[in-house]
Unconditional design. Structure first.
Length: 272
């Protein structure tokens, strides 16, 4: 019975995808004999959702063949049906999924592919001065390492064309960026001010290095600009200040001027 089942399966595969695909499948069985399931790494980051709603009578083998033709043999770890006309496809590597996100041709139909962990978020900059140029927002996104994938839009009060100051843009987050900071500093006509930044799945991050593991005051890159010591803001700095130049002592040069005057006076007395 087992032999009959295996032969029937090979015949079906040959009918569906041709002799070449069957030969690849046999080669795959030999590879699986050397690599156990326990050695596989199933990553949610390497999983995409395949939408086949526009393909008639699609089967799993059709999807497998399409992915194999596009990405090469042996890259698929799993393919499971979801509700509706969707399949969940898990690849060996996350990088391979990037080859699929532009679409997948299945039985002559280009099907939509989206990542299971979508990293495209709408980022809102709340109540900015309307005179600020959009380039200021784009510069912020570039510094943070995220890429805009839509035009910047301006929010208006419902039923009007009157802006409320909020601007929003759809941006793509690389895996290295867990979140954007809750606020950011912008230069306004009244000087620098902080404005709220919002997006989905946002977590508290360090404004300096973007790490979610600490806040600014604990960042190894953070220094008080007055005394250049770590661990506190300038407004909380307790460093001793020079009464003459109002700088902290490690930046003060008044003592150098005093020594120069003493040196000149001493030189004059010696000459006399």
């Amino acid at each position: 019975m087992a032999n009959d089942t295996g032969l029937a399966g090979e015949r079906r595969m040959a009918n569906d995808t041709g002799l070449e695909y069957r030969q690849r499948a046999v080669h795959g069985k030999n590879q699986d004999a050397r690599h156990t399931f326990g050695e596989r790494k199933y990553l949610k980051e390497a999983t995409v959702i395949v939408n086949v709603e526009n393909v008639s009578e699609v089967r799993a083998v059709d999807i497998i063949k399409a992915v194999t033709d596009k990405c090469g043999y042996g890259k698929i770890l799993a393919l499971r049906p979801r509700q509706g006309k969707e399949y969940e496809l898990t690849m060996e590597k996350e990088e391979t999924c990037d080859e699929l996100t532009e679409g997948l041709l299945i039985k002559g139909v280009n099907c939509e592919i989206k990542k299971l962990q979508n990293r495209d978020y709408v980022v809102s900059f709340m109540h900015l001065p309307v005179y600020l140029a959009d380039e200021e927002i784009l510069n912020k996104l570039e510094v943070w390492g995220v890429s805009p994938i839509s035009k910047i839009k301006r929010r208006v009060y419902p039923g009007t064309s009157i802006e409320d100051g909020t601007r929003y843009v759809k941006a793509r987050f690389p895996k290295e960026v867990a979140s954007l900071p809750y606020s950011t500093k912008m230069e306004t006509a009244e000087g620098p001010q902080y404005f709220r930044v919002m997006h989905s799945h946002q977590v508290k991050t360090c404004r300096l290095c973007m790490s979610p593991d600490h806040v600014v005051k604990d960042c190894p890159e953070f220094k008080c600009y007055k005394c250049e010591e770590r661990g506190h803001f300038a407004r909380n700095c307790n460093a001793v200040m020079c009464p003459d130049c109002n700088l902290v002592l490690n930046k003060c040069e008044c003592w150098m001027e005093g020594e120069e005057e003493e040196g000149r006076a001493a030189g004059g007395q010696a000459g006399a």
